[in-house]
Ligand binder design. Structure first.
Ligand SMILES: Cc1cc2nc3c(=O)[nH]c(=O)nc-3n(C[C@H](O)[C@H](O)[C@H](O)COP(=O)(O)O)c2cc1C
Length: 248
């Protein structure tokens, strides 16, 4: 493997146990300079990245704190402001803009995680910013009222304890399709269920399913995990916010 592939294959999440060690400002700059190199639609770079330094604030935002948290927001305000400044009509309303902006944003976020790892800095992606009352994120970060949506937070830092294994990934049928979409057969579905059950593959969120007597990990996942919290009644707060800020 070359160095780039080694870095990508060594990526793993640090679930909250970041040490007090701080990232150097120079390293943060390298990460930020690298992540804005990501591809982006029509050269708009439809995102803003808020680099948070205060650990208390990080906790309030996502529930996690490390040395830095980068909050990646889909954001059209810069381009809208430039358009207005130059007296051009320009709108960023609607779901197409949101999907395109989200793509720009997430490419930058993943590039930041890879760049960080290449410097020996670990990370956690968290959508904790979407849990609880999401308005707090807008208030805490002073986000614009329209056309700006906090999409994902990336916590950066150094772990106080190394994870004991790398988590596995599916990489065959059902994930990779050649030439056209292949719907999985019953045998392939059974095979995948078994892959999740095999502890050597590390395809679990945790091993509670065994302790709770489920036959398969995915029985626990579908019965316990994916139904937690129930379904929101009516429209979710996220849908309301996306509508309010102009993306739906
Ligand atoms: C969109 C997204 C949201 C996530 N949110 C959380 C989170 O809130 N808490 C957490 O502990 N891990 C979170 N993760 C990390 C995943 O749990 C982790 O990537 C997965 O378990 C695989 O582990 P690995 O990254 O160590 O290989 C999130 C990852 C993504 C991509």
């Amino acid at each position: 493997m070359n160095e780039t592939l080694k870095t990508i294959h060594s990526l793993r999440s640090i679930h909250g146990n970041f040490s007090s060690q701080e990232i150097k400002d120079d390293d943060l700059k390298v990460i930020l300079d690298a992540c804005v190199r990501s591809a982006n639609a029509s050269f708009r770079q439809s995102y803003s990245i808020i680099a948070v330094r205060d650990r208390e604030l990080m906790k309030k935002l996502s529930g996690f704190a490390g040395s830095r948290t980068l909050v990646f927001c889909v954001d059209f305000n810069r381009i809208i402001d430039i358009a207005s400044h130059m007296n051009h009509p320009f709108t960023a309303d609607g779901v197409i803009q949101f999907v395109t902006g989200s793509t720009d944003t997430i490419l930058a976020a993943q590039t930041a995680a890879i760049a960080a790892k290449s410097l020996g800095i670990d990370s956690l992606f968290t959508n904790g910013i979407h849990r609880g009352n999401m308005n707090r994120v807008f208030e805490l970060l002073d986000l614009p009222d329209e056309h700006c949506f906090p999409l994902i937070a990336l916590v950066l830092g150094y772990p106080d304890k190394e994870p004991d294994h790398l988590k596995g990934r599916l990489n065959g049928p059902g994930v990779i399709h050649y030439d056209k979409y292949h719907k999985l057969t019953a045998d392939e579905l059974d095979e995948l269920t078994g892959r999740y059950d095999d502890p050597d593959n590390h395809l679990w969120l945790n091993d509670i399913w065994m302790k709770e007597g489920f036959e398969h990990y995915l029985d626990w996942f579908f019965k316990k995990w994916s139904t937690r919290g129930g379904k929101p009644e009516g429209k979710s707060q996220m849908a309301e916010i996306l509508e309010k800020i102009g993306f739906m």
